[in-house]
Design a protein around this ligand. Structure first.
Ligand code: C2E
Ligand code: MG
Ligand code: MG
Ligand code: MG
Length: 301
């Protein structure tokens, strides 16, 4: 019954809970200075064609190189940055850095036409300066708009009304692409698929997790597989691309390919890595083009 009393009051008397709260607010308090000190960095995870195994895009994933705590993942600070509003400034930094890296890859390997995906928090999509921020990142770095794709979750899109809906259209008008991240896990009011200039659906990890390749035939009902099948058909009927997230095994990759999913991302194709590793991967691709199997034979890294 203690919990029912209200969390806030009881937290004060719970030593563990308040220690966590203190750590959390200390982390939050440090975020702005960390940004000024340049403690954030980007890792990039390959997004790979399920048809020919080529790397068609990378997703930029932010990390915090904390002086004492080491490398911290976004799940521990993006929420805080949203609450404090710092996400707007942090997000602008991420955008510019990702565009800068993508432009340097483009200059070195123009025929790779490697796209870069950047996550946009709801709070960023709602920011009145978002269109200008994106336009400026493209302008300053020279990255062609069609090589940038912004990932928004369903809840971020659903939350957008009026002004920010217009912003999404303006962003699309710049020539960039929009993707729905973690598709199928939010409030899927599919009406937004009619209203918004979306280019790609990213199927959420949990659906992909339920796909276990041909071995799954012994499993009762293939429900996840049928859902993926239906979602891929829906996407293609709307002329959208489909990326499967969190692909962890060759069996999943093979199965997703036979379900006509376009691209995959996940540990099977390679974990998020520093920009230099992406460059090396592009380099390797040039040397082995035409000799590659349809799917990469081993995990990268
Ligand atoms: P997301 O956009 O859905 O990113 C995919 C997450 O799945 C990443 O976690 C990635 O490391 C992880 N992942 C990769 N391969 C696998 C796999 O095979 N299996 C499983 N289960 N997971 C895999 P990460 O890097 O910790 O990022 C977590 C979330 O933080 C992201 O989810 C995104 O919502 C948010 N985020 C990351 N970077 C940014 C950013 O620059 N801006 C904003 N606004 N949000 C960001
Ligand atoms: Mg994402
Ligand atoms: Mg995702
Ligand atoms: Mg996510």
């Amino acid at each position: 019954w203690a919990k029912a009393e209200g969390r806030g009051r009881w937290a004060v008397y719970d030593p563990e809970r308040s220690a966590a709260d203190i750590a959390r607010s200390a982390l939050a308090a440090n975020l702005p200075a960390a940004l000024d000190r340049g403690e954030f960095l980007l890792h990039y995870q390959p997004i790979v064609s399920l048809l020919d195994g080529s790397m068609v895009a990378v997703e930029a994933l932010v990390r915090w190189q904390h002086p004492e705590l080491g490398l911290i993942g976004p799940d521990r600070f993006i929420g805080l940055a949203e609450e404090t509003g710092l996400i707007v400034r942090l997000g602008a930094w991420v955008l510019r850095q990702a565009c800068r890296d993508a432009e340097s890859w483009r200059r070195a390997y123009p025929e790779a036409r490697l796209m870069v995906n950047v996550n946009l928090a709801a709070r960023q999509a709602d920011d009145p300066g978002i269109v200008e921020t994106v336009a400026e990142a493209l302008e300053r770095t020279g990255l062609p708009a069609e090589l940038l794709q912004l990932e928004l979750t369903e809840s971020a899109v659903m939350g957008t009304a009026g002004e920010s809906l217009r912003a999404l259209h303006q962003l699309a008008d710049l020539g960039i692409r929009l993707a729905i991240d973690d598709f199928g896990t939010g409030y899927s009011n599919l009406a937004y698929l009619r209203r918004l200039p979306i280019h790609c659906l990213k199927l959420a990890g949990p659906f992909v997790e339920g796909i276990r390749g041909d071995g799954a035939d012994v499993v009762a009902d293939h429900r996840d597989e049928r859902i993926v099948d239906a979602l891929v058909r829906l996407a293609h009927a709307l002329e959208l691309w489909v990326t499967a997230e969190a692909v962890e095994t060759e069996e999943q990759a093979e199965r997703l390919r036979s379900l006509r999913c376009d691209t995959g991302q996940g540990r099977w194709f390679g974990p998020p890595v520093p920009a230099a590793d992406i460059r090396r991967r592009l380099e390797g691709k040039e040397g082995t083009q035409g000799t590659r199997s349809r799917l990469p034979e081993q995990r990268a890294g």
